[in-house]
Design a protein around this ligand. Structure first.
Ligand SMILES: Nc1ncnc2c1ncn2[C@@H]1O[C@H](COP(=O)(O)OP(=O)(O)OP(=O)(O)O)[C@@H](O)[C@H]1O
Length: 260
């Protein structure tokens, strides 16, 4: 499994939204971090084939993802607002979207049972979506994105609406999936993802400013800025004090996404 993003740029209305993006994604969990407007959603849409790059290419196992039905069958994209059918119950949604994603009717039954159990949705499986809470809808949406056993799983802000128990459940599931697939998560919740993702991809103004694991990201930040550890003693200046209260990783993240 290898996804290669080679020199990808995306220009819309004269605006360079993605600038020369180069990425190599293997199995593992990748966090995509960046401020509003950094280009994260645009990059995810390019990887999902929803947008065609103005320049460059995206290859899956050395083949262009353009008109590549094998790639599409292995891809799953969960956007920020989950598009479940409100009049269907959970099982019908899983079944319907499974068929749309090309799963065979025969294998769907087993898959749906496994997913309902993994996501603790059995008791709610026959409840129509319009009667479910926001958290359960979100959980069902994520469950839905796994129906085709994706090799490339893209989740845009998946932790919204989830309480800490649900987040933990999701981390465990995603960690399991990331052993054999590339899981790409775009999120603003840095503290949430800090100990979960293997690799962090930081973006600012359409460019990637840093790629690395947690320790590498902190080390790069230390090297470039001279910052070593948070200093809890600085209290005269409120703003400075608040800044130092952050973890090294949060400071590194802020550096790569705002000031690099
Ligand atoms: N169709 C479009 N036409 C013009 N500009 C666009 C279009 N789509 C996105 N943009 C601009 O491109 C930039 C990147 O947008 P994008 O949604 O990819 O950022 P993001 O990092 O996902 O932000 P957020 O975290 O707010 O979702 C923004 O400045 C946005 O206004």
């Amino acid at each position: 499994m290898a996804l290669e993003i080679n020199n990808v740029s995306y220009i819309k209305n004269g605006k360079n939204i993605l600038k020369n993006i180069n990425l190599f994604l293997d199995t593992g969990m990748y966090a995509l971090l960046g401020s509003n407007g950094a280009g994260k959603s645009t990059l995810l849409k390019v990887i999902s084939t929803l947008l065609k790059p103005t320049q460059g290419s995206v290859l899956y196992d050395k083949k262009d993802i353009k008109n590549n039905s094998e790639y599409l069958s292995k891809l799953s994209f969960m956007p920020q607002n989950v598009g479940l059918i409100k009049d269907f119950d959970i099982v019908d949604n899983l079944h319907y979207f499974g068929l749309l994603k090309g799963c065979k009717n025969k294998e769907l039954k087993t898959k749906i049972s496994a997913i309902l159990s993994d996501f603790d949705l059995e008791a709610l499986k026959n409840v129509k979506v319009f009667n479910l809470s926001g958290g359960v809808v979100q959980r069902t949406g994520i469950a839905l994105s796994l129906i085709n056993s994706p090799k490339i799983l893209i989740l845009d802000e998946p932790f919204n609406n989830l309480d800490s128990t649900e987040r933990k459940r999701l981390y465990n599931i995603l960690q399991e999936i990331s052993k054999n697939s590339a899981v790409i998560i775009s999120t603003h919740l840095i503290a949430e993802i800090e100990n979960v993702a293997d690799t962090f991809i930081f973006m600012k103004e359409g460019s990637i400013t840093h790629i690395g694991n947690r320790d590498e990201s902190i080390a790069g930040f230390t090297e470039k800025t001279g910052r070593t550890s948070p200093n809890p003693d600085i209290s005269e200046n409120k703003e400075e004090h608040a800044k130092y209260q952050k973890t090294m990783f949060e400071m590194a993240s802020e550096y790569y996404t705002k000031y690099f």
